[in-house]
Design a protein around this ligand. Structure first.
Ligand code: FAQ
Length: 328
């Protein structure tokens, strides 16, 4: 150091400079479209937003096992049962990758589950609706996994490394899920008039809730702007909803079903579809725990946690015992 250099700041001034440097490094990483990793400094708000979104996403995968799981014992053939079993198991896996991603941010998985059960964290509105026939299994694959893919492919480029990497594998599996749903529906649409009617009835019930999966309209979305500035989300809720409608309309035509929206029409000027008003009161009711199956979904999750607590205790005791043994 030259004798003319100003003295290095110490105490709170030094802390302030260090904090600015960390903030600058965080912003430069985002600007360069590099990933933030668990070891990196990040603002508290960024960490909180990620834990909120990833936890909600993980809860959705785990609660999302229930509507289709209800049909495992009534699948119409061994082949359909094997496919459904594989899909529901995949959803459990997705939940586990996502809880692991949340743990890299310092969250505790058991605590996140408690928050879900106590109503302090959410799961996707879509899973508060019942599955009334086997056609619902196909429609969940086609519409619900279709919406999930539309929403989640951009999350493979999310700014937080562990979340983005988890999404790559999840999206590959969701593509398989969507195709199995569409294939089931194509088969049913080649079947009897009763089977065709079952498919149309399921489409009528799931179409509007699938549009709600993308979240409130941009003007009413408190988190979107900041999440997009941080590169957690890459597109707004309305952009992705529009993309989903444009993608799904031709698939519905090919399948031979009618989407239950008299206002649905192609705008020739933009090449995009106009669609009717979404019932946001229904969405808010579902989020507040008033969906047709909301209480049942959480009651089952609570029972699973409580009934299986002994497994966690036994596995923890086993791991502790082996951790204290000398390594050979
Ligand atoms: N349901 O400010 P925004 C799947 C909440 S996985 C419930 O716009 P954000 C796979 C939101 O959390 C489906 N809550 O929020 C599968 C916030 O509340 P909070 C799950 C919703 O985060 C298929 C408040 O409203 N996918 O389907 C919903 O910027 C088949 C204000 O909203 C994901 O989680 C909703 N639909 O954007 C499994 C994807 N929408 O937390 C089984 C990742 C909004 O402040 C079978 N998540 N809220 O109390 C995301 O992309 C985003 O979190 C959004 C919401 C787009 C869902």
């Amino acid at each position: 150091m030259s004798i003319d250099s100003p003295p290095a700041p110490a105490g709170p001034a030094a802390d302030g400079l260090a904090a600015q440097a960390l903030q600058r490094q965080f912003e430069e990483t985002l600007a360069a479209d590099h990933r933030i990793e668990p070891r990196d400094w990040m603002p508290d708000g960024y960490r909180k937003t990620l834990v909120r979104q990833i936890a909600q996403h993980a809860h959705s995968e785990i609660i999302g096992m229930q509507p289709e799981g209800d049909w495992l014992l009534s699948a119409p053939s061994l082949r359909r049962k094997a496919i459904l079993l594989a899909k529901v198991q995949d959803e459990a896996g997705h939940g586990l990758y996502l809880y692991s991603a949340a743990e890299t941010l310092g969250a505790d998985r058991a605590d996140l589950t408690d928050k879900l059960i106590e109503g302090r964290q959410k799961y996707s509105s879509i899973f508060s609706y019942p599955t009334r026939s086997y056609a619902d299994v196909g429609v969940i694959g086609w519409l619900v996994d279709g919406a999930a893919i539309c929403n989640q492919v951009p999350l493979c480029r999310s700014s937080y490394g562990p979340y983005a990497r988890a999404m790559i594998r999840i999206c590959k599996e969701e593509s398989f899920h969507q195709r199995q749903g569409y294939e089931l529906l194509l088969t049913m649409m080649r079947g009897t008039p009763e089977q065709q009617a079952m498919v149309q009835d399921a489409v009528d019930r799931w179409w509007w809730p699938s549009l709600m999966m993308f979240g409130p309209p941009d003007a009413d979305s408190p988190n979107s702007a900041q999440s997009m500035a941080w590169g957690i989300k890459r597109h707004s809720n309305d952009e992705l909803r529009q993309r989903y409608v444009d993608m799904t309309v031709p698939q519905a035509e090919f399948l031979g079903v009618t989407l239950p929206d008299p206002e649905l029409s192609l705008d020739p000027a933009t090449g995009r579809h106009r669609f009717g008003a979404i019932d946001w009161d229904e969405f808010r009711r579902v989020l507040a725990g008033g969906g047709p199956r909301s209480a049942e979904r959480i009651a089952r999750r609570r029972a699973a946690r409580d009934d299986n607590a002994w497994v966690v205790e036994a596995a923890t005791a086993y791991a502790d015992k082996h951790a204290s043994e000398p390594r050979s």
